[in-house]
Design a protein around this ligand. Sequence first.
Ligand SMILES: [Zn+2]
Length: 223
Amino acid sequence: MTFPQQLIDGYRAFLISRLRHEQDRYRTLAESGQTPQIMVIGCCDSRVSPEVIFDAGPGALFVVRNVANIIPPYEPDTRAHGVSAALEFGVGALRVKHIVVLGHAQCGGVRAFADDAEPLSPGDFIGNWMKLMTPAAEKIGPRGTLSRSEYLTKLEQANVVNSLENLKTFPRLAKIIEHGHVQVHGAYFGVATGELSVRDDRTGAFAPVAAEDHARLFGSPRF
Ligand SMILES: [Zn+2]
């Protein structure tokens, strides 16, 4: 077995650049432990690394990634729940102040859900996982006159909202959110455009942030 050369080369680059600049920070974090203020739930997709999008250094973000950035609802059974465990650790132990659900365009998980009419088998882990999106799909209703890409965008954003709503099914977390100790946010990254949108709590709409900077650097958004 050969460890991928790409990773060895990447590690060398890390040694030369980031580690040289951030070594003190790594040492401090090793001694004092991590105290990230922000938890991000993102997708596994290789194009949407939260640390890259938010230019975050070591210790800045507590990140959980899974297919289609889903937070499953509270299920207090005896089975293992990875996202719930991470939430418990992030909120209970690290005391993060913000939870961000980061959705994205061209999400393969969301597309699989929208396309897949096949009956699920017990070994169909993606299919069973994506079933968690059903409330989001029900909420937005049928595709109607929307183009396929418009519908997928709507579903991707509804899926972010569904994850945010599932956060509130965790009784202790719901109280913490209600008291304002933790703020929850929905965000959406356009892979092709590089645009980041954030959900407005009051209107429910996703609106671009730093839009002027984006327009100045990259011109009009391309869809
Ligand atoms: Zn995705």
